[in-house]
Every structure is written in C-alpha cells, then in structure tokens.
Design a protein around this ligand. Structure first.
Ligand SMILES: Nc1ncnc2c1ncn2[C@@H]1O[C@H](COP(=O)(O)OP(=O)(O)OP(=O)(O)O)[C@@H](O)[C@H]1O
Ligand SMILES: [Mg+2]
Length: 435
C-alpha cells in the first residue's frame, strides 16, 4: 500500500526539544518531522545521545516541547512556541534593519538633492510605515499561534474528549430517531455507557512508552500487580476484580503467568522485566507504543524473543510501534520504515527496503557499514565508513533541508547533494537491471 493511502496516526512536525546548558542551549531534538502510519513499525535509529529517547519523551509529553507540533489522531497534543517566537524576533529585526536602510537612503538622497527633501521624506516614510504595518501583522499572527499552542498543549485531552462526545452524539441521533419505544431504554443504556467512557477518554494514555532501562523503570517496592495495574487506577478504574482480571490477561499476553502478579521486580530476569514493562503498557489498550531500546540491555538470545513478542502483539492488538534502537541490524527486519537521527536531526527517512537499497546520507552509510555480516568472505572485506560532517558536506553555499530525493525517500541535503544522490540511484538501478 502506498503511504499516501494510509491513515496517519502520529504526525511530528518540526519538533524541537532544547535543554538549557549553562548559558547556551543543547538542541537535543532539532526540527524533526515524520509521520507514523497506523499499524506500522517505525524504527528510529542513531548513536547514543542523538536524541531518540528525548523524541519519545517529548511525544508522550514528559517534556514540554520547545517548538513544533505533534498531532495524534489529528488532535494537536504537543505545541511548542519557539518557532513562533523566533518568527517574531526575526520580523522585528528585519523591520529594524529595513528602517535603518531607508533612513540612510533619506540622508543620502537629500544630500544629493536638498530641494526635494520633502518628497524624498514622504516617499520613504510611506515605505517605512508599510514595513512596520507588515511586521506588526506577522507579530500578531504569531502571537495568535502562541496562544493557540498554549491552549492545545494544556487542553488537548479535553478537546479530544469533546470531539469524541460530539461524534457519539451524531452517531446515535439517527438511532434514537428510528428506535421503537420498546428498544429505546436498551439503546439509551448503551449510549450512556459509551458516553461515560468518551467523556473520560484521554489521548495521552493511548500512547504508551516502554522504557530503555527495565530495572530503573520498575519500582522495586511494588508488586508486579501494582506496577501493571497503575495506569488503570490512574485512569479511574475502581473495580478490584476487574483490575485483577486485566492484570492476569496482560501478563499472559506477554508470556508471563498470573502467579507472577504477587512477586517483585528483582525476582525476574532482564527479559522477564522487559515483559512486565510491556504488560504495563498494553493493559492501557494503547494505539501506539514507543519502545525505547527495549532489547539493548538483554542477552542476544532473549532479544529475539522480545522482538517476536512485540511483533505478535502488534498483530493481535492492532498496535502501531515506534521502535528506538541505536543500530540498524535490529530494526532492519522489524520495521516498515526507518528514520535515522544524527545529533538531534533526522538525516534520512524511508522504508526499510529502500534504506538498505539506496542509503544516501553518509551517516546512514556509516551505520550500515557497522553491521557485521554472517558471510565470512564479505565480512573480511567489510570496511567501516566513518562519518565526518565537516568533510562529507559542503554547506557553505546552501544549508541542507529534508528533501524527497526519491518518492517516499527523504534525506537531509542541499540541492547539489540531492542531484548527486539521484544520479547515484539511477546509476545503481541501471547496473542492477543489466545484471
Ligand atoms: N533532561 C535532560 N536535560 C538535559 N539534557 C538532556 C536531558 N535529557 C537528555 N539530554 C541530552 O540530550 C541529548 C540526547 O539524549 P537522549 O537521551 O535523547 O539520547 P538517545 O539517542 O536516547 O541516546 P541513547 O542511545 O544513549 O539512549 C544528550 O546529549 C543528553 O545528554
Ligand atoms: Mg535513549
């Protein structure tokens, strides 16, 4: 299926997460954009410290994002102000520069032509007031955007639940109108039950994160039952028997048994602890799971089991998964599409097959060259490519932006690089055809 036909579940748009670092700022995530389609596994790859966890944490609103937007089910859930504030600052600066320029021109022209001073001044004062007007329009628009962003950031859940309630009302209106009197009480009961749920529906709980470190993310003083049921309790579920049943169900879904419920995290192996983390997230019936390097702390033999488990759950529960990893070998088989991050930037984004067929960005190529091969002859020849941004790019003339180099294949590059990448791809495809 073409990506354009698929339903976008999560839309990340120019997401920025900056941390204060003394007087300067660390751009842990810098204007990152990608979509995650319903039902897919989206891999996010990059070396340690490139901003993968921060991207995930920003999406689930553990941080207030600095700039950009995140939309989940078409509702904006994260909205930062920085880009609007930058636009205001840039407009003010541009206005001041322009006015200074005009004033200099007034001086110059009147010095040359003192008799025309009044006309010259009139002309430039008109230009100045036009520029000021234009600037104040930009400022006003961005201030409105800031206000809307603050409102969405705070009230996204309320807005979403209001939308769900309205949808439900619209759905039931014709049903009520056509119902026979004997059926009406039953339909009303069903409607009220659904309404009760819709009013309490929270968007953010529909995205769950499995944390990088299974030991640190499980409270050692809580039993497995308490850990796994926490989300339900926060959501307002009170029925103890129901909660217990849900906990058992979740434990069994991740390959544990109900007897594990009364035990404590230290009594489990690494792989089992990660399963507890997965049970904790799926009990909320999420639509999206952000799995943050869920297997990097595990033995190789256990890694495959956890991947298989996630894959099974994906089809059983209709999950969409954002899978974070630091190398490509893990995500290669598991992901439908892959995004490659380098120092806070998304440098390449495309389907798994395409990424391995046409890796364009030199950083992606360096990641690929790090994957060991089971073929000893190939492995002997394998050369590791090291990426050096200062040597590998020339951005003196034009800065890079994320561009669609081939259909559905995005690379952070400038025009010259894009042309080069397209040429390389055409050549490679020709050679392959000839073979
Ligand atoms: N709360 C924070 N305050 C300040 N800096 C932070 C914070 N969280 C992360 N950082 C910094 O942001 C950058 C990105 O960190 P992040 O944890 O997102 O990387 P990562 O890609 O998940 O790395 P790893 O593969 O090691 O988990 C790092 O330089 C990190 O030191
Ligand atoms: Mg991380």
């Amino acid at each position: 299926m073409e990506t354009k036909d698929k339903e976008v579940l999560l839309r990340v748009e120019q997401l920025c997460q900056y941390f204060k670092l003394g007087k300067s700022e660390l751009k842990a995530v810098n204007k990152v954009s990608f979509n995650i389609y319903k039902g897919e596994v989206f891999g996010l790859v990059g070396e340690s410290g490139c901003g993968k966890t921060t991207t995930g944490r920003s999406i689930i609103k553990l941080y207030e994002s600095t700039g950009g937007n995140v939309y989940f089910k078409d509702q904006r859930i994260c909205a930062g102000n920085r880009l609007y504030k930058d636009a205001i600052a840039a407009a003010k600066e541009d206005c001041a520069d322009t006015v200074r320029g005009y004033e200099a021109e007034i001086k110059e022209e009147t010095a040359k032509n003192p008799a025309n001073e009044a006309t010259i001044k009139e002309k430039y004062h008109r230009l100045i007031s036009e520029k000021r007007e234009e600037t104040s329009k930009i400022i006003k628009e961005n201030r409105v955007a800031i206000k809307e962003a603050r409102d969405d950031q705070r009230n996204c859940d309320k807005k979403y639940s209001a939308r769900r309630v309205a949808e439900l009302k619209a759905e039931y209106e014709p049903i009520f109108a056509n119902a026979t009197p004997d059926k009406l009480p039953e339909i009303k009961k069903e409607y009220n039950k659904k309404l009760h749920i819709a009013k309490r529906e929270r968007l953010v709980t529909q995205i769950q994160m499995i944390f990088q470190d299974p030991i640190a993310s499980l409270n050692p003083r809580m039993t497995v039952e308490t850990i796994v049921s926490e989300g339900l309790i926060i959501k307002g579920v009170r029925d103890k028997a129901y909660i217990q049943e849900k906990v058992y169900e979740a434990l069994e879904q991740v390959g544990l048994v109900r007897e594990h419920a009364t035990r404590y995290p230290h009594e489990f192996s690494g792989g089992q602890r990660q399963r507890i983390g997965i049970a904790r997230s799926i009990i909320m019936r999420p639509d999206l799971i952000i799995a943050d390097e869920p297997i990097s702390a595990l033995d190789v033999s256990i890694q495959a089991q956890v991947i298989n488990l996630l894959n099974d759950l994906r089809s059983q529960l209709g999950l969409t998964i954002m899978f974070i990893a630091h190398d490509l070998s893990v995500v290669k088989y598991f992901s439908d599409r892959i995004g490659v991050m380098y120092y806070g930037n998304l440098v390449e984004l495309t389907s798994s097959d395409e990424l391995f067929k046409h890796p364009f960005h030199p950083y992606t190529r360096s990641l690929l060259s790090a994957i060991p091969s089971p073929d000893p002859i190939y492995e002997k020849k394998r050369k590791r490519i090291t990426y050096n941004p200062l040597v590998d790019h020339d951005y003196s003339k034009e800065q890079p932006t994320l561009r669609e180099v081939l259909p559905g294949h995005f690379v952070l590059c400038n025009t010259a690089e894009m042309e080069e990448y397209r040429r390389i791809a055409a050549e490679k495809d020709l050679i392959q055809k000839a073979e």
